[in-house]
Design a protein around this ligand. Structure first.
Ligand code: DAT
Ligand code: MG
Length: 151
């Protein structure tokens, strides 16, 4: 049916700058379904797992420091085509190249402080939302309940 899920995360700079509401608003207004949300201090091991594909990049140590430097807001959003659409709403990785009207285009200037994460494929969307192992069990407690309670 084309319904996907994507993992959206307001990064520590977005939380510190008070942009959580603004960012949530953009996905709400677009019409996607918020399935779960929590404020979370990301442990180093989970940050390394999240960004494992980048571990050979020169900026990787800084990236891990940044993402674990303060609380993040974790969200699961669902909808038809939500993965690609969310990436469009977020804009290019380098905020200076992100189009005006996108979250990064409107709210950020540095690649290393680009305020928000969005999954890059439906497979990664599912993996990042559901998690694995110990996380998987814990995630059941905060994700995926809204559809039931609002209908
Ligand atoms: P995106 O977050 O747009 O999916 P990505 O997955 O390629 O981008 O990289 C993950 C994060 O790593 C990105 O949001 C910011 C950081 N990053 C990527 N490229 C970088 C670079 N050239 N210099 C510094 N940080 C970078
Ligand atoms: Mg990415």
């Amino acid at each position: 049916d084309g319904v996907e899920e994507t993992y959206i995360m307001v990064k520590p700079d977005g939380v510190q700058r008070g942009l959580v509401g603004e960012i949530i608003s953009r996905f709400e207004k677009k019409g996607f379904l918020l399935k779960g949300l929590k404020l979370f201090q990301c442990p180093k091991e989970l940050a390394e797992e999240h960004y494992r594909d980048l571990k050979d990049k020169s900026f990787y140590p800084k990236l891990i420091n940044y993402i674990t430097s303060g609380p993040v807001v974790c969200m699961a959003w669902a909808g038809v085509g939500v993965v690609a659409s969310a990436r469009k709403l977020i804009g290019a990785t380098n905020p200076l190249q992100a189009e005006p009207g996108t979250i990064r285009g409107d709210l950020a200037v540095q690649t290393g402080r680009n305020v928000v994460h969005g999954s890059d494929s439906p497979e990664n969307g599912h993996r990042e939302v559901v998690g694995s192992g110990r996380e998987r069990q814990e995630n059941r407690q905060w994700k995926g309940r809204i559809r039931k309670s609002t209908k």
